[in-house]
Design a protein around this ligand. Structure first.
Ligand code: C5P
Length: 408
């Protein structure tokens, strides 16, 4: 299921302090099962040594178009023909200018020009000072290289090595990995608008206390990432969790069940798939005190009364969009026993075509899980695996069912 496994990448380094991140990137690529051939410009070798990159990739690094190690002395042809993609990270302002002009006077730009553009995509992870990034010359060159077919992965914003703050930082290695995985993934959900709820909700008792649950949000975030990799436009409505937003996913943070319902209602009219993974609190305190409830020493304890929260999934599933078949709804059930029976009953009760069951206490906060999918035809188990792998499998199952629904 890992889109990078078995891929062969040429990783090109041009000159920039972000070269130090390329060492970590090379490691992550190798861990994901890709093979990496590093090519460095002379400027890149000022920032990191070829020795480091060779040790991390297990392959000699290339730096010159006159490299006599190649029997035919054509490194630019041999290296580019063998690659599934060429990734330049970091890609300096100068290197973008070289690409825009089709320069071929050193190995890295030469092999970019010589690669078969139809079958070997070129991806760029730019890295430079914010003024260089914003300069019209750089933006002009970027537009040119995009027009010529290169995929520009974007830049990060923040503190720069020069001490300034702004756009132009190279994406972090983990972010580049997400972009690459998305690039190589089959676009099973292209054209779909996926709305996902994730995490717990928090129901206030007073301004400093509340009730919540142990949901970490990891499964919902993994599904958001997998849906985006599959080509969907993804909106993630997240309760209070400590997780980074997956790349390319629009995130709306909420606190309570009622906030979550409001956010979902605001988005559902555009969605074509709704996946409710959130562990929404069933009840909330009937009243939330305006000020902190004080312990007065009398030994008296506050009496808490609860009211039921709205059922977001049932509400969406009963809406006109879902009933007319324009919105495919998927529910989750976190149970502690008797999973299949509870999941079947919950599917009926919620009125959704697909319900995904998992054992809550065994998975809350963990990086792996096991799922059972229940639909009108029966049930299917997805055995224990990482949440990311399960998310990809679930997305493939949803895409398969959508194909049937849409074709019908
Ligand atoms: O009713 P129960 O919490 O067991 O159902 C779980 C499913 O319903 C999950 O998909 C969850 O996200 C959704 N749900 C909801 N709003 C609630 C309660 C649950 O959307 N108030």
């Amino acid at each position: 299921m890992n889109a990078l496994a078995g891929k062969h990448l040429v990783l090109g380094l041009s000159g920039g302090v972000a070269c130090y991140k390329s060492a970590e990137l090379a490691r992550l690529l190798a861990k994901a099962g890709a093979t990496v051939q590093v090519v460095m410009t002379e400027a890149a070798e000022q920032f990191i040594t070829a020795v480091t990159m060779q040790a991390l990739t297990g392959r000699p690094v290339y730096g010159s178009q006159w490299d006599a190690r190649e029997p035919n002395n054509m490194a630019h042809i041999n290296l580019s023909r063998a690659a599934d993609a060429v990734l330049i990270a970091p890609c300096s302002a100068d290197f973008i200018a070289r690409l825009a002009h089709g320069r071929a006077d050193e190995l890295l730009s030469l092999l970019c020009l010589a690669r078969p553009a139809e079958s070997v995509p070129l991806l760029l992870a730019p890295a430079m000072n914010r003024e260089m990034w914003a300069h019209p010359a750089t933006q002009r060159n970027l537009a040119q290289v995009r027009g010529d077919g290169a995929v520009v992965l974007g830049v990060g914003c923040g503190e720069q090595a020069c001490g300034e703050t702004g756009d132009g930082r190279m994406l972090e290695p983990a972010e580049i990995m997400e972009e690459l995985a998305a690039f190589f993934s089959p676009k099973l959900l292209a054209g779909e608008q996926v709305l996902i709820t994730a995490g717990p909700t928090f129901e206030a008792i007073d301004p400093v206390r509340g009730i919540t649950n142990l949901s970490s949000g990891k499964m919902g975030f993994a599904i958001a990432r997998a849906a985006r990799e599959a080509g969907a436009e993804v909106t993630l409505v997240a309760g209070p969790v400590h997780l980074p937003t997956p790349r390319g996913v629009r995130r709306i943070d909420v606190v309570s069940a009622r906030n979550m319902l409001e956010a979902v209602d605001g988005q559902a009219h555009e969605a074509s798939v709704f996946i409710a993974t959130a562990a929404v609190a069933d009840w909330r305190p009937a009243a939330s005190a305006e000020h902190k409830i004080k312990k007065d020493g009398s030994g008296e304890v506050p009496a808490l009364a609860f009211v039921e929260n709205p059922d977001i999934l049932a509400h969406v599933a009963q809406g006109e969009r879902a009933r007319s078949g324009r919105l495919y709804c998927v529910g989750f059930a976190a149970e502690s026993e008797n999973l299949l029976a509870h999941a079947r009953a919950k599917r009926e009760r919620k009125g959704v075509p697909l319900l995904v069951g998992n054992i809550g206490p065994a998975t809350f906060g963990q990086d792996d899980n096991a799922l059972v999918l229940v639909d009108g035809a029966g049930h299917q188990e997805l055995p224990r695996a990482s949440k990311q792998v399960l998310a990809q499998q679930l997305i493939a199952e949803i895409a398969r069912r959508l194909g049937h629904t849409r074709a019908a």
